[in-house]
Design a protein around this ligand. Structure first.
Ligand SMILES: Nc1ncnc2c1ncn2[C@@H]1O[C@H](COP(=O)(O)OP(=O)(O)OP(=O)(O)O)[C@@H](O)[C@H]1O
Ligand SMILES: [Mg+2]
Length: 348
């Protein structure tokens, strides 16, 4: 196949998903996409717990979808990933890469030799300490990352790079506004247990927050309060908010309470960003992830964050290749595809 090809692999709580993207003659094509469900407990709160179960799911995925290579870009996002804006003394880009470990040792909440580090430079600032580089520092626990890498290797694949899932969501679902003319945009990917919030301007991430909250917390609350199974609760959760079925009405009261608490958390993160940076107000908020499909959530967010809310289109900037998926299947998976698509887009 001509052009550059990359595969993004998202190991989520509910399943493994992979997207293969090829860029050729300036066009990005989605060649392959697939997902395989994971048994409960294999991934907990965004972290691989049962390596063999995850390996099995990846093997099944590779058997089902004819991916053309074994190198994958792995996404990580969980409570063992730390992302903060920091200022470090100015050095050239090359020196910074070499000295990052020493520069940030005091800034990360884990021993720096046990962390996988990344730094996204944003601005140069002149402060009391002299000339400094302001950027987003990412530090992920090496042990946690190794769990995912072992699961990948067990399936006969190679981990080409590790990327922050939040950055992937930004690439796949954020607006293409290279000059940042329309103001900052928030991209919010809501999964089963993990929510990634990224505020960016013109594609440059300014703020990242990883919340350990998602759709499963809503299901869990229904299970607990109504004494029903998770499967029954999940069914009720997916019914339209306008349903007048008594069981749905009971569930709805619980869902409403959970969504209110969730929306407050998202608003808190965004208000913090706006207040600490003196940023312009958000131009809009873009949603992705299965948890974002909860009926009524988008409207609640729009009111709470006082901005326009819409759903991201992970396949929007791609030409669809011969993925083997029917249009209706593509429509179904698109809200779940921002992480794997964005991981692949970052590597082609
Ligand atoms: N139509 C829907 N209405 C409401 N909730 C939904 C709907 N579809 C999926 N969900 C919820 O979305 C969540 C799964 O989303 P997603 O597949 O993005 O998570 P994940 O990537 O597997 O998990 P995580 O990113 O948290 O590790 C589940 O809680 C599920 O119940
Ligand atoms: Mg996810």
């Amino acid at each position: 196949m001509a052009g550059r090809t990359a595969i993004g692999l998202d190991i989520g709580t509910t399943g493994v998903r992979a997207a293969q993207v090829t860029v050729s003659k300036g066009t990005a094509v989605l060649d392959r996409f697939g997902q395989v469900a994971l048994p409960a407990g294999a991934v907990r709160d965004g972290e691989v717990i049962e390596i063999e179960a995850v390996t099995e799911a990846i093997k099944t995925l590779w058997a089902q979808v004819k991916f053309t290579q074994k190198d994958v870009v792995l996404g990580v996002s969980n409570q063992k990933v730390f992302v903060r804006q920091v200022d470090v003394p100015w050095v050239s880009a090359g020196e910074l890469k070499a000295s990052l470990k020493f520069q940030v040792a005091d800034l990360v909440p884990m021993p720096v030799e046990e962390a996988v580090l990344d730094f996204v430079p944003l601005d140069e600032v002149e402060g009391e300490q002299g000339r400094q580089i302001r950027g987003l520092l990412v530090a992920a626990s090496q042990d946690m990352v190794m769990g995912s890498i072992r699961a990948i290797q067990g399936a006969g694949l190679r981990c080409q790079t590790v990327d922050l899932s939040s950055f992937a969501v930004l690439r796949a679902a954020g607006a293409a506004d290279p000059l940042g003319l329309s103001g900052p945009e928030a991209v919010v990917d809501i999964g089963a247990r993990v929510t990634n919030i990224v505020v960016h301007e013109g594609g440059v991430p300014r703020f990242v927050r990883i919340l350990m909250l998602g759709g499963d917390h809503v299901t869990g609350a229904i299970v607990e309060r109504l004494g029903i199974t998770a499967q029954e609760a999940d069914f009720l959760k997916r019914q339209p908010a306008t349903s007048t079925e008594p069981a749905v009405l009971d569930a709805r009261r619980i869902i409403d309470g959970e969504l209110t608490a969730f929306v407050d958390e998202v608003r808190g993160s965004i208000d913090y960003y706006l207040a600490t940076t003196g940023s312009r107000p958000l131009s809009r908020l873009v949603l992705s992830g299965g948890g974002s499909l909860s009926d009524g959530l988008a409207q609640r967010l729009a009111t709470a964050v006082r901005t326009h809310v819409e759903y991201g289109r992970a396949f929007g900037s791609l030409t669809l290749g011969k993925t083997g998926l029917e249009p209706v299947q593509m429509q179904y998976v698109e809200p779940l595809a921002a992480v794997p698509v964005g991981l692949a887009m970052g590597a082609v």
